[in-house]
Design a protein around this ligand. Structure first.
Ligand code: F6R
Length: 363
């Protein structure tokens, strides 16, 4: 049942404030303590984290790397499961292995998990389907409470994965004594406000649809982001590829001049994800290099960022302001809607893109 929406994907994008609220209510006590099921996990016994997943779930891991490293000060490695499993990497003592999967049945992710059995200190999974193989074979499985996701392109599962991973990073930081009670309380209060901030982002639908209309004529699109926005650039490019069939690539903004800038001309739209944060000026200077070469820029930022840098850009999308840490969860929304409306403008099959399956149970 699409609940009045044209596609499951549209319905699932719109559900995000509600399901993120659900996930938060399962993991946060009224007093603001982070609750994990069973015995939870003791992060003082962990020296490093290895995260493994495929596709969109791997971008959730790459985002979480920033949180675990910057907030909890734990080194994190992220790999896609199909590479990890055959590389047979050494797993040092005191490693936490984390597997993220919506379906919990992805063959490569499951194989990577089995490789870590008996090697990693603890195997933790973040899943949408609690009865899945990946959940059953983990020491600890954290459900994301996104509800059934029908659209082949993952949307609400992604933002719920991010929400749960962020909570886990806060828990880790607090246990390890690198996050004060006050700082934890600030993060928790920002989290509790996330559903309403996401609602405000969803209200930018028309603005995003107008930008998508422009993108729908492109052959290739480049997505740029720095720091926490770099994984989001990857997710935005993947969403656009899979449902609109437009070729898209993501680059770390700072990598632009090491090659991809050669591609820039008036036919190459460049989408820049740049909240007005500590890295904003750096990203904007890369964006200006694009515009100096006639590249057409779609800038996604907040009111401060757009006031500073929207001169000469092709289109803008204004996001609400948000804490720096939670930026990636919010910027997932324009990434999803941009892909969605581009696909609708092109008339492709949004919920059942060609050649793709919802659950990839063969390698
Ligand atoms: C992209 C997408 C895929 C999945 C990937 C992993 O929109 O849906 O990239 O994220 O196949 O699937 P799960 O999370 O079920 O392991």
């Amino acid at each position: 049942d699409k609940a009045g929406h044209k596609h499951f994907m549209a319905k699932e994008i719109a559900e995000q404030p509600g399901v993120i609220g659900q996930a938060l209510s399962h993991y946060l006590s009224d007093a603001g303590d982070i609750l994990l099921p069973d015995a939870g996990i003791d992060f003082t016994q962990i020296d490093r984290i290895t995260m493994v997943a495929c596709g969109t779930a791997s971008y959730a891991c790459l985002t979480a790397k920033y949180w675990f490293e910057q907030i909890a000060r734990i080194p994190v490695e992220v790999d896609v499961a199909s590479e990890f499993r055959y590389r047979e990497p050494p797993i040092p003592a005191r490693t936490l292995a984390v597997f993220v999967s919506q379906s919990g049945e992805t063959a490569d992710t499951l194989a990577a998990l089995r490789y870590c059995e008996g090697r990693a200190q603890t195997i933790l999974s973040v899943v949408n389907v609690p009865e899945s193989s990946i959940a059953r074979e983990s020491d600890l499985a954290l459900p994301i409470y996104a509800g059934i996701e029908v659209g082949v392109a993952s949307t609400k599962a992604f933002t719920c994965q991010l929400t749960v991973l962020f909570l886990l990073a806060l828990k880790a930081a607090h246990q390890r004594g690198v996050l004060t009670d006050e700082a934890l309380a600030d993060h928790v209060s920002a989290l509790r406000g996330l559903p309403s901030v996401i609602n405000a982002a969803l209200e930018k639908n028309n603005e995003i649809r107008d930008a998508a209309q422009k993108l729908s004529h492109a052959q290739d699109v480049l997505f740029l982001g720095r720091g926490r926005m770099f994984p989001m650039a990857h997710e935005a490019a993947l969403k656009l590829k899979e449902i609109s069939y437009i070729h898209a690539e993501a680059y770390a903004s700072g990598e632009l001049k090491h090659g991809p800038i050669a591609l820039i001309d008036e036919n190459m739209p460049v989408v820049v994800l740049a909240p007005h944060d500590t890295l904003f000026d750096k990203t904007v200077s890369n964006m200006q290099e694009v515009m100096a070469r006639q590249g057409k820029v779609i800038l996604i930022s907040d009111s401060d960022g757009l006031a500073d840098a929207s001169e000469g850009v092709w289109a803008t999308i204004e996001m609400p302001r948000i804490s720096e840490a939670l930026g990636p969860i919010l910027y997932a929304i324009p990434a999803q809607l941009l892909a969605y409306h581009t696909a609708v403008a092109k008339g492709t099959d949004v919920d059942q893109p060609r050649n793709l399956a919802k659950s990839v149970t063969v390698e």
